[in-house]
Write a protein that binds this ligand. Structure first.
Ligand SMILES: Cc1cc2nc3c(=O)[nH]c(=O)nc-3n(C[C@H](O)[C@H](O)[C@H](O)COP(=O)(O)OP(=O)(O)OC[C@H]3O[C@@H](n4cnc5c(N)ncnc54)[C@H](O)[C@@H]3O)c2cc1C
Length: 362
């Protein structure tokens, strides 16, 4: 009887959305990777709340998408306001795609669904297991772990987030900068929400302050602002019960290369940028999908040359969007506002931008 070809030994470091996607895709195609995470379980935090159409497409064959859609809110539009006055409403529902919405769901719930499905496919994440070191030797990758036995692997996928140990031990550069401005984030219940349901809203001010709010559940919202109090930037919101809040500075960085030897990087380990445009978690889901597709095709050499430019282009666009929403030059603000109002009426101009946020076009 012919012997079945042996499958490569694969270690995924990090069971966030990027690592879980890699594990799900591998499991679906008949591989049996190990996936480890130093945390005790899926994140308890809401973190990224927008799942775009391309991610929904990628996660569909495993059954994850159906389960996410049963739990999330189908966000149909985004309102842009200036000092509370409506400038434009971008209709995501006009996207010519079967997923013509952004799915709003806290990352804690997304990760829990992904883990459940992964376990049903026969791969169980090893929680409380930390990667401490990596050595490249004889075309293989030796991984040292704390909390479980390490070993020798054909490939290691570093999906271990912005402070990636994989990236660090391999001395891969992470060039960029961190914005000085302090941002804040809050999740809150707002019983008297005065705007349309299933619609996100950005409110811009003449002094460059801005706030952004996204529905994440019945009367539950995520607010983000470039000031210290995320909820203070929203017009007409009288009472809000805050459940989680934090402040942060926006890092803008990208790994110089996404691979060395048999080790590959994806997700925040490879790129970090502003939350404007909600592509952060989604780019990592795409990276993981491409890693597995290339592994199966035997074309992993081209991983960096495919994914690095995609990350670079999004970083440049998200920096331009960030500058646009934070304008404080009184000569430029009327032009920006006019451009926004015009955009809302020109489907031909709106579509390419929506397609990029949706992950359907680069
Ligand atoms: C408060 C907050 C709010 C955010 N809001 C948004 C948002 O609105 N929109 C958006 O797009 N993005 C947002 N993000 C960013 C988003 O959460 C990330 O882009 C996304 O989580 C990246 O996924 P990932 O799988 O690449 O990395 P992560 O989710 O960071 O997962 C990395 C995993 O690796 C594990 N790990 C790290 N080191 C090791 C090691 N040595 N060994 C083993 N395991 C290890 C960690 O425990 C973690 O579980 C937010 C982040 C935070 C913190």
């Amino acid at each position: 009887m012919a012997k079945a070809p042996s499958r490569p030994k694969i270690l995924i470091v990090g069971a966030g959305p990027c690592g879980l996607t890699a594990a799900l895709e591998l499991a679906r195609r008949g591989y049996h990777p190990r996936i480890i995470d130093k945390a005790p379980g899926p994140t308890p935090l809401s973190k990224a709340v927008g799942i775009n159409p391309r991610s929904l497409e990628i996660l569909e064959p495993t059954g994850v998408t159906d389960r996410l859609m049963a739990q999330g809110i189908r966000m149909q539009g985004v309102q842009a306001r200036y000092e509370g006055r409506l400038l434009a409403e971008i209709q995501i529902s006009r996207l010519p795609h079967r997923f013509n919405f952004m799915l709003a769901l806290p990352q804690s719930e997304t990760e829990t669904v992904m883990e459940d499905v992964l376990v049903s496919l026969g791969v169980r994440p090893e929680w409380n297991v930390e990667l401490t070191d990596i050595r490249l030797a004889g075309g293989k990758v030796e991984a040292e772990l704390r909390g479980a036995h390490g070993g020798t692997f054909d490939y290691v996928y570093g999906a271990d987030g912005a402070h990636s140990r994989v990236r660090e031990v391999l001395n891969l550069g992470f060039s960029g900068y961190t914005h000085k401005r302090l941002w804040s984030i809050a999740d809150a219940t707002i019983p008297d929400w005065p705007y349309p349901e299933a619609t996100a809203m950005a409110n811009l001010h003449g002094n460059g302050d801005m706030g952004f709010i996204i529905p994440i559940g019945p009367k539950r919202f995520r607010a983000v602002a470039n000031t210290s109090d995320a909820l203070s930037q929203l017009p007409g919101v009288e009472s809000a019960q805050v459940s989680q809040s934090d402040t942060f500075h926006i890092p803008v960085r990208q790994a110089d290369s996404y691979q060395t030897g048999g080790v590959f990087l994806g997700g925040d380990a490879a790129h970090v940028h502003s939350p404007i445009g909600a592509r952060g978690m989604n780019l990592g889901i795409e990276d993981a999908f491409v890693f597995v597709r290339r592994l199966a095709e035997g074309t992993l050499d081209g991983y960096t040359s495919e994914r690095h430019p995609v990350g670079r282009r999004w970083i440049l666009l998200s920096e331009r969007l960030l500058a646009g929403v934070q304008l404080s030059n009184p000569l430029l603000i009327p032009l920006r506002n006019l451009a926004l109002s015009t955009l809302a009426h020109l489907t031909a101009v709106q579509q390419p931008m929506m397609a990029r946020v949706a992950g359907l076009r680069e």
